[in-house]
Design a protein around this ligand. Sequence first.
Ligand SMILES: [Zn+2]
Length: 474
Amino acid sequence: MKASKAEETRKAWLATLEKFRRDPDRPASAEIWSPSLECCSRDEIAAIQGEKLRAVVPFLFENSPFYRARFDRLGQTPSDYRSIEDLEKWPVVDKTEMMADVAANPPWGGYTTVDDALWAERGWMLFSSSGSTGTPRPFRYTHVDRIHWAWANARGMHAMGFRKGEVAFVMSGYGPHVFAWGAQVALETLDLACIPGGGMDAKMRANVILRFKPTILVCTPSYALHLARVMQNMGHDPARAGIRTILVGGEPAMGIDSTRTRIEQLWNARLVEFYGCTEVSPHVGGYSCLADPAPGEPISTHLMEDIQIWETVDPDTRKALKPGERGLTVCTSLNSESSPQLRFLVGDYATFTHEKCACGRTHARALGSFAGRSDDLINLRGIKMYPVQVEEAVRAVPGIGDEYEIVIQRDDAGLDTMTIVCEHADHKSESIACKVADEVRARCEIRVDVVVNPPDTLPKTEFKAKRVRDLREK
Ligand SMILES: [Zn+2]
């Protein structure tokens, strides 16, 4: 009896997904992949979300032990969730709850609907969170995931202006991480040519760019900076390499003006970004459009609301906030077989708007994009700041190198101090250190020590940058 219910709810969920997978193979218009989804009214968005929610909740209840137990604990049943207004009844799920679930039910945890039998029958690829903040959370993706992921990401890339005739160079080690693979499957749906850039060092990649002339780069923001410097050291100007667009993910970049400008100027290319996290993949959560940034307007990131429900919540009470109120991002993923989460705390600070974008799309946008997860928040003597604020400050000083490090220590008197280590050709002059300290004080309202080293003395970042060294005892 139970097996049939699990299968029944799964079938109904899949049928609902299929119903709304409009324009599955190619864009319906030159600018917008699926205008009936991306430019529909707010009421229509809510109706689609409601219908998918009514399908995904029973599917989760019947197929995920973690969710079944949570429903039982809360004294709730799937019939409590009839529309998106009901979502507030469901307490936000956070990473620690998921990690405890994996620890209790190794190695897969019970928050997924993919069991051994389904993995054997429909398995496609394993992805995993990096595990930098605890036990890695693995996800077993199915071919259903692959199909929906490729379609959703292709819609995002179409919005970014990727068009037939272009060649993308995906600079990734092709490990079990969602960003590069998500780009890879979408490039296939877009019918674009691709150069897989695994197993190469930066010099080899620079030579690939010079010789084979890709027009799109896919990498982390740190790597885009690093590779540009490597090319310069080889005697080439990256601005003349013919790159039109750089698609980044994994670290915030669009929302940090100084970083975005630096990458765009080095490469003479447009920067665009995918926003998301492993837990609510597959699918990019957010993407940049061609209307952005409009003159005088803040940069913004589009969200894809027909496949995910995005909210912001108060960091303390975790109650839902209204558009325009700044809070932490929470995602309900409606289209995922490996990870169909209800109200998962992604945890980036963001401010949403429901105002229509100049590109014509009506889905929510994060104004000012995203600046990093709340777990990255630095607390120094009660003053809270993000590493990106320090990054803004350091990069505001002309001539400063791309690499920098934030070192936090506790001195003998028990006082927490922050030292910023950076690079500059004029490292002997005291004025550089003063300028960096002034910029940090202006942005973060703290006094910091600054050490200026000669260029190329800090370790080079190739992938996800680790720029904060917190040496305080936990
Ligand atoms: Zn737009």
